[in-house]
Design a binder for this molecule. Structure first.
Ligand code: 6GU
Length: 244
């Protein structure tokens, strides 16, 4: 997997690049690169954005600047690039990121992420250079960098070898192994703290009963989560979270 993140703030990704699952993934041959739009702008003074036509607040990332950065990186017309590679704009109004989409992206050989800043992208970037728009939730962040990092984190930790123990990514919240439901509760030592006891079944060493208890707790949590969203069975938690 190779992920290229286009951003005005590549230094923001230093923390992500220092994380164990990311260094593990990179050690296993995967790549995470940042490209600064500003390094490729054809405009003077490092200009990358401009005021919106028609007036209004904020600044808009320019289409010519994004084209130059994509061309310099891939050596081809970005209109052709998106036909053979997923080029994802981080956009609060995009498709909501969930475990299913993360799995789909993890299976790709390469991803390109475009972060916007200020008021976002010139619409022609989205229309002509991107294969899709992805959002991490229905709220607005000041820029796409945190959203890009969320996506990278979620994808990279699923790559073989990224986590110390492969089981961590298999049987976790929203995974197929748990039928899309939230994960069961975990406990560790001490077995009792201020009178709060770990459920006896977990101390029993009885693997079948433990598995049954975990499945039951996972189902119960799906029900609670569904109720807090004010709707049905909890199964829809796994299916994209699109709101009515
Ligand atoms: Cl992808 N970008 C921004 N700027 N805000 C967001 C988002 C993305 N997803 C949720 N909020």
């Amino acid at each position: 997997m190779r992920i290229d993140v286009f951003t005005l703030f590549p230094e923001a990704f230093a923390w992500l690049l220092s994380q164990r699952h990311v260094t593990n993934a990179i050690g296993a041959g995967h790549e995470l690169r940042c490209v600064n739009y500003r390094d490729h702008t054809p405009l003077s003074g490092g200009q990358v954005d401009d005021t919106p036509f028609g007036g209004g607040a904020g600044m808009v990332l320019r289409v010519d600047v994004v084209e130059a950065a994509l061309r310099a990186t891939y050596g081809e017309d970005p209109v052709a690039l998106r036909e053979r590679r997923r080029v994802i704009a981080l956009d609060p109004a995009g498709q909501l990121l969930d475990d299913g989409l993360v799995d789909e992206l993890t299976a790709e050989p390469a991803l390109t992420l475009l972060s916007g800043r200020y008021e976002g992208f010139d619409e022609r970037i989205l229309e002509h250079f991107c294969s899709e728009r992805v959002s991490i939730g229905r709220y607005v962040l000041a820029g796409g960098e945190l959203a890009a990092m969320v996506l990278c984190d979620a994808v990279l930790r699923k790559l073989p070898g990224a986590l110390g123990d492969e089981r961590s990514a298999r049987e976790e919240s929203f995974s197929a192994a748990l039928q899309g439901r939230p994960e069961y509760p975990h406990y560790t030592r001490p077995a009792e703290h201020r009178g709060w006891r770990v459920p006896d079944v977990l101390l029993s060493g009885h693997h079948a009963r433990i598995a049954e208890w975990r499945a039951e707790r996972s189902r119960a949590r799906a029900g609670e989560a569904a109720q807090s969203l004010g709707r049905g069975s909890g199964a829809e938690l796994s299916s994209g979270g699109s709101l009515p």
